[in-house]
Ligand binder design. Structure first.
Ligand SMILES: [Zn+2]
Length: 585
């Protein structure tokens, strides 16, 4: 299949797509992907499509009818060359979108390239008609003469690209892997520093697996003017949308950038190569359910940060800081007692990415998956006196499955863990992966192994900490109930989402709920007046102890010899060749 993309009218932001194809005996059906790998929910790329038509080689119109939201049928004679043509409205500037204006061209083929089911495995050629001279193209695909080549449709749509006249480009090698940094948008990155930071975690990731799955790698940075952070993994590249560009070298944003970069690079193995059986190959025409996103995303979240410490760019406390951020995100959501990790994985197709469904029932497989990987990592270390760890699980998933072209199932992950540790993990999986067993005691024990102690921190908000009440006071003269935690004093007091709080103990509420609670004392019973559906109500709210807190890990002041030794061993990445013959028959 040959794909032609023309960029003609940047203010209208339309990309013109033309696909060369030929008629068959049966009707020819084109499909637009219903989702994009990396985000496990259905998408409506089709809503951005316009002007769909088909023409013969000499320009005569052919009949084309829309069959469904994502498919079109073309009537062409057998063997007849024809073109499928349409426009795509490109104005999404996140890690998975496409964008076109007078300064930027940024394309994720998965958004806008149609495929024919029966030709998914055929080689594809990509031709670009850029708006003028002097354009540079940053893309992981191989360039041949005037076009780019993909071995099949999967590779074509797994190779996003940037094109522009002012791309910033920096190249270096990491253990022989040519690494490209491409920046599009207003920023002045310090390349030398980034090179050092990226090299540090990349080298230990490569050490962990013993090799890199591809021979070159492209970081495509989409720089935004606002506070933003979003990365998406691809075959030999990643798109990282981040901002604001003018803060790219400042400590906080630099840290966020390195965290996302390390996470996305780890995906080169974990998900791009090591893939759950039920997503191999991807089916773009429907939901690809998997119970294993605690591995694809959870383990990647864990390792993304851990490898920055292992690589030496972070001190241990910086890694613990990241783990604490994950703990905070996990314990800030209401669903931890209701939804298990494997269930959340399946339900990513329902509501993992937005919480519009039933409040306080969802969890994120990123956060809980990260915490559970931490538990598994430490548990394997403990049982094997640091001879093995979850590093070995990843290593074996890569060498025994990915490299043999096989997907893995949950039993494979469990088997590897059990063979390494010579221990039965059925109970662990039941409690923490398929169940909603409280994680805190296990996290506390895991932390102690490396000299971390568990502390309980209140939420930033007293209203949440004491009453399980989350309010929105963004509009200066209104205070709306945004969330009520399950089993909370606020719920027992009869408050609901959307209620408007007017006063506490007779004092007017005006962007001051926290101050009022502090002033009146959260340990007292408080009288609240509020509107529920426009009707004035009164209630009393009281608390016992903290209703909710956030577990946080901190380094103990006087770690034992054993704890220091465990820490040291955890920081190391072992030389892989030594274990290769030892395990897994
Ligand atoms: Zn990820």
């Amino acid at each position: 299949m040959k794909y032609y993309l023309a960029f003609e009218n940047p203010t209208e932001q339309l990309i013109h797509v033309k696909i060369a194809s030929s008629g068959t005996r049966q009707a020819v059906i084109f499909h637009l992907p219903k989702w994009r790998p990396g985000r496990y929910e259905l998408q409506r790329f089709d809503r951005r499509l316009a002007d769909v038509e088909a023409v013969s080689a000499d320009g005569a119109p052919l009949e084309v009818i829309r069959l469904s939201t994502h498919s079109w049928q073309v009537f062409a004679s057998e063997g007849e060359l024809f073109y499928m043509k349409y426009s795509y409205y490109a104005n999404v500037l996140d890690g998975g979108g496409s964008f076109f204006d007078k300064e930027r061209i940024y394309v994720n083929g998965i958004n806008l390239l149609m495929y024919r089911e029966e030709l998914l495995h055929e080689a594809c050629e990509l031709y670009l008609r850029l708006p003028g001279e002097g354009y540079e193209v940053a893309c992981g695909l191989q360039k041949v003469a005037d076009h780019w080549l993909a071995k099949d449709f999967h590779q074509l749509v797994d190779a996003p690209f940037l094109a522009g006249r002012d791309l910033l480009h920096h190249v270096f090698d990491v253990k022989g892997v040519r690494t490209h940094l491409w920046f599009q948008g207003e920023c002045q990155p310090e390349f030398r520093r980034l090179e050092r930071e990226i090299k540090a975690y990349s080298e230990v990731q490569m050490d962990l697996f013993g090799e890199f799955p591809v021979d070159e790698y492209h970081y495509l940075f989409v720089i935004r003017p606002d506070l933003f952070r979003h990365g998406v993994e691809h075959y030999n590249s990643t798109v990282i949308a981040i901002g604001p560009g003018y803060r790219i070298n400042q400590k906080e944003l630099n840290r966020a950038l390195v965290e996302v970069c390390s996470h996305e690079l780890f995906h080169s193995w974990n998900v791009k190569a090591i893939r759950p059986q039920d997503m191999l190959p991807y089916d773009y025409g429907k939901e690809n359910y998997s119970r294993l996103h605690y591995v694809t995303e959870g383990a990647t979240t864990y390792y993304g940060d851990l490898m920055i410490w292992k690589g030496g760019d972070w001190k241990m406390h910086q890694w613990v800081q990241s783990l604490n951020a994950v703990l905070k995100r996990f314990y800030s959501r209401g669903g931890k007692d209701y939804t298990s990790l494997s269930q959340a994985s399946i339900e990513s197709w329902v509501n993992a990415y937005n919480l519009t469904g039933t409040p306080n029932r969802q969890i994120s497989f990123y956060t809980k998956g990260c915490l559970v990987t931490f538990l598994l990592d430490i548990e394997i270390r403990r049982l094997t006196r640091n001879a093995h760890s979850f590093d070995d699980v990843m290593y074996h998933l890569y060498h025994d499955f990915a490299k043999k072209g096989k997907g893995y199932e949950e039993k494979d992950v469990k088997n590897i863990i059990e063979e390494l540790s010579r221990q039965d993990f059925t109970d662990f999986f039941k409690k923490y992966i398929h169940g909603t067993y409280e994680l805190e005691p296990a996290l506390q024990a895991a932390g102690a192994y490396i000299g971390l102690e568990m502390q309980r921190h209140p939420f930033d908000s007293l209203a949440i900490s004491f009453f399980g009440l989350e309010v929105n006071e963004k509009e200066k003269h209104s205070c709306l109930v945004e969330n009520i935690y399950p089993n909370s004093p606020a719920l027992k007091a009869g408050l609901s989402r959307g209620d408007e709080i007017l006063s506490i103990n007779g004092l007017k509420v005006q962007a001051n709920v926290e101050h009022l609670i502090k002033h009146l004392g959260a340990d007292r019973e408080l009288e609240i007046h509020y509107f529920h559906l426009g009707k004035l109500q009164r209630t009393l709210i009281s608390r016992g102890n903290y209703f909710r807190y956030i577990p946080q890990l901190a380094e103990v002041h006087d770690p034992t010899e054993r704890q220091l030794e465990n820490r040291q061993r955890m920081k190391q990445v072992k030389l892989r060749k030594q274990i290769q013959n030892q395990l897994i028959k």
